[in-house]
Ligand binder design. Structure first.
Ligand code: BDR
Ligand code: CA
Length: 314
């Protein structure tokens, strides 16, 4: 089955790998990339989106630029120590030839979904301001998308940028609260599963060998990202966070999910934390269970997911 998707992204080393999957997988029809600030500033995100498509020989894929910062709170500096100042591990990059789409990311999402109502899946792997802006332009999008898959959040795992918050949720908690509670069919692929997946140097060698010019960029940026994982987490390999969102879409049988209600803390020490109330579970008050039902990934066969990533890109 072919999945028409819009991929909303802040590339980013792990984003780049996921973009490669979106470009290469025979069961994905990539309708466009929409870019957001996050791992890098917005111009760099758009540059990298265009570049990755061109390196894959897919300069035809539209790239629409989106949010330059969060909806409400001030923007945090980009994490150059994780992704490199250029988002791709500070490696030297070829020139970009193409141009971004004339529309904003939000307009691109609205137009594309309206052209194919009921068919398009939005896969978002950065701060989710573009999805929030698209909902503002067309609130009925909730009825017209096929599904929304978000890499972000954490239910039991704790955070990666604060004790409780995952980076994409923390970067724009107000947008996240809007998007996660909008009432569209939504699956959250968070740290509970992405931290169970470790893409090793051996996997990356296979990917590099299989992806030509694109492979060189994926492997070069991975080497920088790997240093971060080694120093800060003591593992030899990287969590392919953003590819996990696509793994869920194409190989859902590798994941265990649970239905429930999500909310995002927008202020204070816990800002960016995702709160999950499992369906049917009674709490002291009902207020945690009043947002629309969504689906949250809780467990995964991590080895199978990284094999799938390496196989897809080999
Ligand atoms: C998420 O944050 C970003 O740094 C990664 O690209 C991923 O989308 C993981 O928390
Ligand atoms: Ca990302």
């Amino acid at each position: 089955m072919s999945h028409p998707i819009i991929f909303d992204t802040d590339p980013g080393v792990d984003d780049a790998q996921a973009i490669a999957i979106a470009l290469r997988h025979p069961d994905i029809e990539l309708l466009g990339l929409t870019t957001t600030y996050g791992n890098v500033d917005i111009e760099t995100a758009t540059h990298n989106g265009l570049l990755l498509c061109e390196l894959a020989g897919r300069g035809d894929v539209p790239v629409a630029q989106g949010a330059a910062g969060p909806m409400v709170k001030p923007r945090h500096p980009a994490p150059a120590h994780i992704h490199g100042a250029n988002g791709l591990g500070n490696i030297e990059l070829p020139e970009v030839k193409g141009k971004k789409d004339a529309r904003s990311a939000a307009q691109f999402i609205v137009d594309t979904v309206n052209e194919r109502p009921g068919e398009v899946t939005l896969v978002a792997v950065g701060p989710v301001g573009n999805l929030a802006a698209a909902l503002q332009l067309d609130p009925a999008l909730t009825e017209k998308v096929k599904r929304v898959v978000i890499m972000g959040g954490s239910v039991r795992e704790g955070g990666n940028v604060t004790p409780v918050a995952e980076a994409n949720m923390f970067n724009d908690p107000h947008a996240a609260q809007r998007v996660l509670t909008a009432g569209w069919p939504l699956t959250l692929v968070g740290l509970d599963v992405t931290h169970r997946c470790v893409l090793t140097p051996a996997h990356m060698q296979r990917i590099e060998a299989g992806q030509g010019e694109l492979g060189k960029v994926l492997a070069g940026s991975y080497a920088f990202y790997r240093d971060f994982y080694r120093e800060f987490l003591g593992i030899d390999g990287c969590c392919p966070h953003d590819s996990c969102a696509l793994a869920w879409l194409l190989r859902p049988e590798l994941f265990t999910t649970a239905p429930g209600h999500l909310a995002v803390v927008t202020e204070g020490l816990a800002e960016g934390q995702t709160l999950f109330a499992p369906e049917g579970r009674g709490f002291i008050q009902e207020r945690w269970s009043q947002t629309p039902l969504v689906e949250v990934c809780l467990e995964v066969d991590g080895e199978a997911v990284v094999e799938w990533i390496a196989d897809t890109l080999s």
